[in-house]
Design a protein around this ligand. Sequence first.
Ligand code: SAM
Length: 233
Amino acid sequence: LYVEHPLGQGQSVDLTREQAHYLFGVMRLSVGGQVALFNGQDGEWLAEVAEAGKRGGVLACLKQTKPLQMPPDLWLLFAPIKKARTDFIVEKAAEMGAARIMPVKTEFTNSERIRQDRLQAHAVEAAEQCGGTFVPEVTDLQRLSHVLDTWPDGRQLMFCDEAEVGSALRLAASEKNQPWAILIGPEGGFSDVERARLTGLPFAHVVSLGPRILRADTAAVAALTLWQQALGD
Ligand code: SAM
């Protein structure tokens, strides 16, 4: 269970109404029952129900069962598409261990607005579901041009472009230890101006995901897999 509360020896955790409903109503736990907790910072903790009520309750932390497992320093930048497919991208990126998920607005991005809080909640659920101890941050929608203008030194970019034929991820040894980002475009792809800028960036690596044009959500999963295979752990 994800809680927004510090976890540690002797720590007690107050439950919200929703969490109490889930633990005592859905999971049928009662006083003395045990549950695994994480907050994205303190690893996983085994906790015991100390008080159980309809509108709340209290858990007592017993012992740490997993240390915090930080994912590799990987960002996924993607142009938001239809709601359900955007949700899918966030969920899969969190499952596959992206450290930061960044919706970006490109020239042909279909979706002008996102609900960052909803997407962050999807990332929490995905981390919960796959037994992770870390929750990736989902940032608010930003312009791709702004993100590129303020790009941090040393971070490499895997620019996925269907116009690129057959180019795989080829890396110099020095680039393997750098932080990375993956960029996936919108349904309409990148404009010529964007493509020209992206291919000219010294930190960008243009990559093909195969000879067929993949939907953006498929491309995100394929790119994360390719990156994991080449560089992940
Ligand atoms: N521009 C295309 C069109 O309208 O025909 C489609 C763009 S595709 C649906 C969405 C994004 O997925 C692209 O911008 C790219 O980042 C990624 N993508 C899809 N297929 C790809 C491939 N074979 N290689 C690399 N990237 C791909």
